[in-house]
Design a protein around this ligand. Structure first.
Ligand code: ADP
Ligand code: ZN
Ligand code: ZN
Length: 801
């Protein structure tokens, strides 16, 4: 009986988005399992693919091509993740191959060299093994293995005698360190050390009295026996310590963190934790919405719930918006659980991510903390999933697969029968509405810890401040508050809201504005780097000294950037030490953490930054928070504009007065009466929710309606428009009468990177046929492929512009 593998090949097109049958060669039958990557012939090519299923075929028709090679020694995706990848592909209109690739760390993708490494367990007496490795520890992964050899490797992998590693081509792996093996008592007994070699004597005595097990690095050994590293080296040269190569875990957070103990909970925290732990214990796949004002102690509730899951022998998954922005949260989890924690985030190198991923897959890590993509962490036996700041739009991926981590988490929770906790001071309208309907259970923490009052918020009307303004960007109130704070030697946080707002270069003589040659958008001025940058396609140009049109030298910058504010502020407050935190100043690895650390240790008086400073900071020394411009997000043509503004202002206001000293917040705005700004100043989420729900109801927007955004693009504008209208026309007959189709319309920035973009927005309540209909529409279209048209489908888009 022949076994047949269903393989999804690594070609992301609609036409190839399906499993193909391949014969499994007889001698690979016990090796190939679902979730493994293989190499198969495809047309005239050899392609990588994932095995997604295996079937017995009694009647083999003889035409199937065989699998050529097995790429993994253990399945890259386990059963649960494989099923999840299919579900994500279906619900986000992505190709199955794309969702499977997304689940793997980047290091396992194509541009990496595959290596085979032998471990201490490797059988020294195996003839083929000796031939394969020679004297090397690590070899390039052999490409042309026979089935029997593949099987042998697989067996060694099961015994931890070999493992596969990935290396960026042409990049050194800086992750091993020299060390020594523990000597046996028998070896030590034979060692003789001359009397004058005091250090050697000391080491020998130390080893005899307190031997170590396994291996130590030079540095560890030196510290352990209180000798120098040179002494260890001498002992090694003398032959009584054997050299070893140690693999160092590449995790930047491995640095010493002080361990902390669980706090005794407040009554509100206890009530919340009890409900969550009960759901963990009873294996209920139930979703809770933990609505707690900033500083109400949500984190402690998370940590104690995680502890309960661990106590029951289960694992925990915790998502945070962007770890680079919330290093404090990671440190708190790390401080509680130590090396049981694996961290996955964009700040790690690919090698570091792969290390963490493997620790999770091998069940060495029980708790995963990570940003969006960590929702695919290869954990098994999950006991609880936590999503902190659940309203954050960064949980939704902009590119294919356009998944929302919250939806993926809810799906995994069903599989593992575990609760999900969604935490926020300002829940998304969608989640809060579900709690209202009883789909989620609402749990509230209405008080700040220690009854610290929420800081008073002053709203400054910048229309009134007109004449009195010190500079265009500073009202007298904000400036004097900054001065007072400085005089008291306390710290301030100052936020510049830059969504859709940046510094541009303009000629004051003729009105010329520096624009991107590839996109319909003006270039942004980056003063420090002396260049103009397109934030859409990355195009760069020098800042011109003369206008290219009228040749005048009156080039001016307008719009407000953090750099410009920093300049103004430094002139207004010459003695203030200002730290700037924005996309520029944090680009380097660890940039955020470095700036936050400097601010936390009092090296600056004012932290000036973009919205990234609003998130998760907990500095007890901050007593003043200023918002320079609250309005920019309100002006966006997006139905979530008010929600975003409310969330941002509430978050940033929550940064003040977290310590013993009372804090204050000053918000400058041109819309002082707008409900989002008014209600944020009182941190009144519930009123905002009710008010905004009315607006959404009237506009037929989420959470009352679902939305799907189709973005059609092509190199020619007329083709784009034509295809967009054709698709809209084909789509309408598939929908019921309650659905609403808006567009096609050109996107607000129509041309990006020399492609034109049109959009169609579909709003609907229930359209069971929509998914299949869209799929057929796009799969069967000859005209799309012929005209180089791309169609992106985004279910529940976070940005509509
Ligand atoms: P949130 O995440 O809700 O904004 P945090 O978890 O940051 O709030 O808590 C605010 C502060 O209160 C933190 O410094 C935290 O260590 C402290 N805290 C939380 N729970 C307790 C408790 N039960 N007893 C004492 N301090 C607590
Ligand atoms: Zn000009
Ligand atoms: Zn551009």
């Amino acid at each position: 009986m022949t076994q047949v593998a269903q393989v999804v090949v690594d070609v992301a097109t609609r036409q190839t988005d399906q499993p193909y049958d391949y014969a499994i060669p007889d001698d690979l039958v016990s090796v190939v399992t679902p979730g493994m990557r293989v190499v198969v012939p495809f047309g005239r090519r050899r392609l990588q693919g994932f095995v997604v299923g295996i079937q017995d075929h009694a009647a083999f028709d003889g035409k199937l091509k065989p699998i050529q090679q097995v790429m993994d020694l253990e399945p890259a995706l386990d059963h649960e993740l494989l099923a999840l990848s299919k579900w994500v592909a279906n619900t986000t209109f992505a190709f199955w191959i794309t969702t499977m690739q997304t689940m793997l760390p980047a290091a396992m993708r194509a541009k990496y060299a595959r290596l085979l490494v032998r471990t201490d367990q490797f059988p020294a007496d195996d003839a083929w093994g000796r031939q394969l490795f020679g004297r090397s520890q690590t070899i390039p992964y052999p490409e042309d293995l026979t089935a029997a050899q593949t099987k042998q490797l697989r067996q060694w992998a099961d015994q931890d005698a070999v493992r596969v590693e990935y290396k960026v081509k042409n990049q050194a792996r800086a992750k091993t360190r020299k060390g020594v093996h523990a000597p046996t008592a028998a070896v030590l007994a034979q060692v003789t050390v001359p009397n004058r070699a005091k250090a050697q004597q000391k080491l020998l005595t130390g080893l005899q009295q307190a031997p170590f097990a396994g291996t130590l690095t030079y540095a560890q050994a030196a510290q352990h026996y209180d000798v120098s590293e040179a002494t260890i080296h001498t002992a090694e040269e003398a032959g009584w310590l054997q050299p070893a190569t140690l693999t160092i875990r590449r995790n930047p957070l491995d640095a010493q963190t002080e361990r902390d103990a669980p706090k005794s909970l407040t009554p509100d925290q206890t009530a919340a934790t009890d409900q969550f732990v009960t759901a963990v214990t009873n294996k209920q796949a139930h979703t809770f919405l933990l609505e707690g004002v900033t500083g109400s102690g949500k984190t402690e509730v998370y940590l104690q719930t995680i502890q309960a899951a661990l106590d029951q022998g289960r694992t925990a998954l915790m998502l945070v918006p962007e770890i680079a922005l919330t290093p404090q949260m990671v440190h708190r989890v790390y401080a509680r659980f130590g090396t049981a924690v694996a961290v996955l985030h964009s700040g790690l190198s690919d090698g570091e991510k792969y290390d963490e991923w493997r620790r999770i897959q091998h069940q060495q890590a029980k708790i995963v903390v990570g940003a969006r993509s960590a929702v695919f962490a290869p954990l098994t036996n999950i006991g609880v999933i936590i999503i902190d700041e659940e309203h954050e739009s960064s949980y939704k991926q902009d590119d294919s697969p356009r998944y929302h981590a919250r939806n993926v988490a809810l799906h995994r929770a069903k599989t593992f029968h575990c609760p999900v906790i969604l935490g926020s001071a300002t829940p998304s309208l969608e989640s809060r509405a579900r709690a209202e309907k009883g789909v989620y259970t609402l749990v509230r923490l209405p008080e700040r810890i220690n009854e610290r009052p929420l800081p008073p918020v002053h709203i400054i009307d910048m229309r009134q401040a007109g004449g009195a303004r010190v500079t265009p960007d500073f009202s007298p109130e904000l400036l004097s508050a900054l001065e007072n704070t400085l005089a008291k030697h306390e710290q301030s946080v100052l936020m510049l809201n830059r969504r859709g707002y940046s510094a541009q270069a303009m000629c004051r003589n003729c009105g010329w504005i520096a624009k991107c040659p590839n996109c319909d958008i003006s270039l942004t001025v980056h003063l420090a780097a002396h260049k103009l940058v397109c934030h859409y396609c990355g195009h760069e140009a020098p800042i011109p000294t003369r206008c290219p049109v009228c040749h005048s030298d009156k080039i001016r910058f307008f719009g407000t950037g953090t750099e410009k504010i920093e300049d103004q502020l430094q002139k207004l407050l010459p003695t203030a030490r200002i730290l700037r935190m924005d996309a520029d100043s944090t680009r380097k690895k660890g940039g955020h953490a470095r700036i936050l650390k400097a601010f936390g240790s009092g090296q600056a008086d004012i932290l000036l930054g973009t919205q990234m400073i609003a998130k998760g900071l907990d500095f007890p020394t901050v007593t003043l928070v200023g918002v320079i411009n609250a309005d920019t997000a309100l002006g966006m043509p997006d139905f979530r504009a008010s929600e975003r503004t409310f969330q941002l202002l509430t978050q940033v206001a929550g940064r003040a007065g977290r310590g013993d000293k009372p804090g204050a917040v000053i918000i400058q705005t041109y819309n002082p009466d707008h409900y989002a700004i008014q209600l944020a100043s009182h941190q009144d989420y519930e009123s905002f929710f009710r008010r905004e729900m009315v607006v959404r109801h009237q506009g037929k927007y989420p959470p009352y309606y679902y939305t799907v955004l189709l973005t059609i693009s092509a190199p020619s504008e007329s083709v784009t428009a034509q295809e967009a209208y054709r698709i809209a026309g084909d789509l309408k007959p598939l929908l019921s009468k309650t659905a609403i189709v808006l567009g096609p319309t050109p996107r607000s920035i129509t041309r990006v990177n020399n492609r034109y973009y049109y959009q169609i927005l579909v709003k609907f309540k229930k359209e069971p046929a929509l998914g299949r209909g869209l799929h057929n529409l796009l799969t069967n279209s000859q005209s799309l492929a012929k005209n180089h048209v791309q169609v992106a489908i985004d279910f529940e888009p976070q940005q509509i512009m």
